[in-house]
Design a protein around this ligand. Structure first.
Ligand code: HEC
Ligand code: HEC
Ligand code: HEC
Ligand code: HEC
Ligand code: HEC
Ligand code: HEC
Ligand code: HEC
Ligand code: HEC
Ligand code: HEC
Ligand code: HEC
Ligand code: HEC
Ligand code: HEC
Ligand code: HEC
Length: 364
């Protein structure tokens, strides 16, 4: 058994070599009646540093590391580690044999390996129950906490499982996984109106995470983009019946009453079909435009008559019957008869004009 080298010896060497000031000071001796610290064995093994970094010149115990002491880089002493006794981690004062720095070598893994061994990803040495830190960690998951979720209790989503633990792993991130499931009682649940109306299950199609009373939905993703007067209407203007899926898109399915109420012209009597889009856009029902008129009946948006009439009634003189028409309101007899001198079969009669001029040009 080798005797430990005493400090008295060490101090002499230090003084001789002008080493650390603290140790050199020890060479000076001790007041009578006190234990002479120089008789203690040197406890730090092969490790040596300026004693004054950690020891008072007067007495060794307890050690008081100064501000200049820099702890091992792999585990700076922060949070709870800054106040822990050196011996809580160091089994021996031989600092050349420090403990391992990985958290799991000293702290029990409360998660039994579920999160892997990189504890520092979620914990700091401040406290293991750091909610603010967890919110930060959440940003690295598939489910960053936003809106109401940021202020929610962890337990609302991480439901307790046996042994008093909370479930963190394998949690679904789809809104409906929590908002349409009895397993998450604090999450507001899908209202009955949504089930009856067959709303799509994905809440995020219409809601954000702030408040369910805020509804936004990109209607352009349906076969019926909202245009003209349909923009800005309450959803209930069209969906009050709770029907979303397979709602008919034909104008008349919603505007039958408007059709039936028309008087100028009375659509049904005039023989207008119920395909409103032939003559109307969603902007307004006034100022109808019937582009197919040109190809199907008589050119009024192209050719000689483009821009020369102002109302359908310029030709359709009977608002209750659009098969009736007149050309004579514009083509006076005084102008028209002379042009037709010598044209066989000519008569000053609208049906005759139309029969010889079905496209509104002289040569047809
Ligand atoms: C990085 C800090 C640090 C430095 C530098 C340091 N020590 Fe220590 N020393 C300690 C700690 C920690 C203890 C344990 C005392 C305690 O727990 O309060 C200790 C204890 C001691 C003890 C008492 C041992 C016992 O058994 O009671 C002596 C003697 C000692 N050190 C001598 C020295 C000498 C000599 C030097 C300089 C060559 C030195 N120390 C440098 C941290 C240091
Ligand atoms: C929470 C645990 C813990 C506490 C508390 C702790 N240490 Fe350490 N210490 C370590 C670990 C881990 C290492 C190894 C770090 C490394 O490899 O960088 C270490 C390394 C050291 C080293 C070697 C540094 C180097 O650069 O080689 C010294 C010296 C040391 N500690 C002194 C102390 C003193 C003095 C105290 C008390 C004031 C203390 N330690 C408190 C865990 C601790
Ligand atoms: C060498 C051992 C050791 C290592 C390595 C270590 N710790 Fe510690 N830790 C301790 C000791 C000792 C304490 C103080 C005693 C206590 O309160 O349990 C402590 C305290 C803590 C505390 C406060 C305790 C509480 O319950 O609130 C947290 C948090 C903590 N450590 C986190 C970490 C993290 C994170 C790491 C890795 C970056 C780590 N520790 C690495 C030994 C260690
Ligand atoms: C993915 C994130 C994550 C990782 C990685 C992680 N933890 Fe945790 N840890 C948590 C959460 C979440 C809690 C519960 C915090 C709460 O309830 O506020 C927790 C709590 C703890 C607790 C306290 C348990 C209690 O009930 O008091 C300890 C101890 C702990 N973790 C140790 C570890 C150790 C050791 C590691 C590394 C092996 C580790 N953790 C890795 C997320 C993590
Ligand atoms: C609104 C629901 C919700 C709330 C509130 C919530 N979480 Fe989560 N958390 C989730 C979901 C969903 C996941 C899964 C994310 C993934 O798999 O990417 C998750 C994942 C985690 C993970 C695993 C991270 C990983 O890397 O594996 C931890 C740890 C965690 N949450 C801790 C917490 C803590 C602590 C709180 C309270 C501060 C909290 N969560 C609040 C929904 C929530
Ligand atoms: C892992 C479960 C979970 C998932 C996934 C989830 N939520 Fe939540 N959500 C909750 C819980 C629990 C609450 C209750 C928070 C509280 O207690 O204040 C909540 C609250 C809300 C609130 C606030 C309700 C209110 O009136 O206070 C809205 C809005 C919300 N979630 C929308 C969504 C949307 C949108 C999605 C999908 C992007 C979603 N949530 C995904 C669990 C979840
Ligand atoms: C297609 C769009 C749409 C989808 C998808 C949708 N909602 Fe809604 N949500 C609405 C509309 C519109 C309202 C307001 C009118 C109503 O109550 O029907 C509403 C209202 C609510 C309300 C009542 C809010 C209040 O303050 O009155 C809750 C709660 C709600 N939704 C939850 C959900 C949940 C949970 C989901 C997913 C499971 C979901 N919604 C999916 C459109 C939608
Ligand atoms: C002017 C009438 C009108 C208004 C206003 C309207 N919708 Fe619709 N909506 C329709 C029609 C028509 C369909 C059918 C389109 C389809 O099947 O593609 C429809 C379909 C839907 C669908 C089903 C889409 C699908 O993929 O099955 C949802 C969801 C919806 N609307 C939500 C809303 C919400 C939310 C609002 C209010 C912001 C709203 N709608 C306002 C007429 C309207
Ligand atoms: C799902 C029901 C629905 C469908 C389909 C629909 N609309 Fe509408 N429309 C409405 C509602 C509701 C209003 C606003 C209330 C009102 O003025 O009748 C409206 C308003 C209008 C207006 C404005 C009326 C005014 O007096 O300001 C026009 C124009 C219009 N729609 C044209 C059309 C046309 C053209 C189509 C077919 C391409 C169509 N709508 C299809 C429901 C519908
Ligand atoms: C063949 C063309 C045509 C079709 C098809 C048609 N309309 Fe019209 N509509 C008109 C004309 C022309 C007017 C008068 C426009 C003007 O004054 O500029 C009119 C005017 C209206 C007016 C306002 C005049 C009034 O009497 O109140 C409404 C409302 C209306 N239409 C609804 C409908 C609806 C609903 C449909 C489909 C179900 C429809 N229309 C189909 C040509 C048509
Ligand atoms: C310049 C004259 C002229 C103008 C202006 C005019 N039309 Fe006509 N329209 C005709 C002629 C000619 C026919 C063919 C009548 C026939 O085939 O019996 C016709 C046929 C029609 C028919 C088919 C009637 C049937 O059942 O046979 C409809 C509907 C019609 N027009 C609607 C309109 C509407 C709506 C407008 C105004 C937007 C309009 N027309 C403006 C000349 C005109
Ligand atoms: C609203 C007044 C108006 C009505 C109603 C009208 N026309 Fe015309 N028409 C004109 C005008 C103005 C011109 C001369 C256009 C030009 O050449 O600038 C014209 C030109 C013509 C021409 C000669 C075209 C050319 O290229 O020289 C023919 C043919 C004709 N109309 C036939 C008809 C027939 C057939 C009808 C009845 C179905 C009719 N018009 C009803 C105003 C009208
Ligand atoms: C029997 C056939 C016939 C009838 C009926 C007829 N037209 Fe014509 N129209 C013609 C012919 C052929 C020409 C070419 C004459 C020429 O170029 O000398 C013509 C030329 C015209 C012109 C063009 C004159 C010019 O040179 O720019 C107009 C305008 C016109 N007709 C209007 C009418 C109107 C209005 C009616 C009914 C009141 C009508 N036509 C009835 C055969 C007819």
């Amino acid at each position: 058994m080798t005797r430990a080298i005493t400090l008295r010896t060490l101090a002499r060497i230090a003084a001789a070599l002008a080493l650390g000031t603290g140790l050199a000071a020890l060479a000076a001796g001790t007041p009578a009646g006190q234990e002479d610290p120089r008789d203690r064995p040197y406890p730090h093994g092969d490790w040596s540093e300026d004693c004054g970094l950690c020891h008072d010149e007067e007495k060794f115990l307890p050690a008081r590391p100064t501000k200049d002491f820099r702890h091992g880089a792999a585990l700076p002493l922060r949070g709870a580690h800054a106040t822990a006794a050196c011996s809580a981690c160091h089994e021996t004062l031989d600092f050349t044999k420090p403990p391992k720095p990985d958290c799991a070598s000293c702290h029990q893994d409360a998660h039994r390996g579920e999160f892997g061994m990189d504890c520092g990803r979620c914990h700091t040495p401040r406290t293991f129950l750091d909610r603010a830190e967890m919110a930060r960690v959440h940003r690295t998951t598939r489910f960053p906490l936003s809106g109401a979720h940021a202020a929610a209790d962890c337990e609302g989503c991480h439901r307790p499982v046996p042994q008093g633990h909370l479930a963190y792993v394998g949690l679904a991130t789809e809104c409906e996984a929590c908002h349409d499931s009895p397993a998450f009682p604090s999450a507001p649940q899908r209202p009955a109106s949504h089930v009856e109306g067959a709303y799509p299950p994905d809440c995020s199609a219409c809601h954000n995470t702030v408040d369910f009373s805020i509804v936004r939905f990109d209607h352009a993703t349906t076969s019926f983009p909202l245009t003209g007067a349909h923009v800005g209407l309450a959803c209930t203007a069209c969906h009050a019946d709770g029907v979303y899926d397979g709602k008919p898109t034909e104008c008349v399915s919603c505007h039958q009453a408007d059709y039936d109420a028309t008087t100028d012209p009375g659509h049904s009597a005039a023989g207008f079909g119920t395909d409103c889009a032939l003559c109307h856009t969603t902007t307004t029902f006034d100022g109808a435009r019937f582009p197919e008129h040109d190809a199907s009946y008589f050119p009024i948006y192209s050719g000689s008559h483009a821009g020369v009439w102002s109302a359908c009634s310029d030709c359709h003189t009977n608002s209750a019957n659009y098969t009736v028409f007149s050309c004579l309101g514009c083509h006076s007899q005084a102008d028209t008869n002379p042009i037709h001198g010598g044209v066989p079969g000519y008569s000053y009669d609208s049906a005759a004009c139309y029969a010889c001029h079905p496209r509104g040009v002289p040569e047809d």
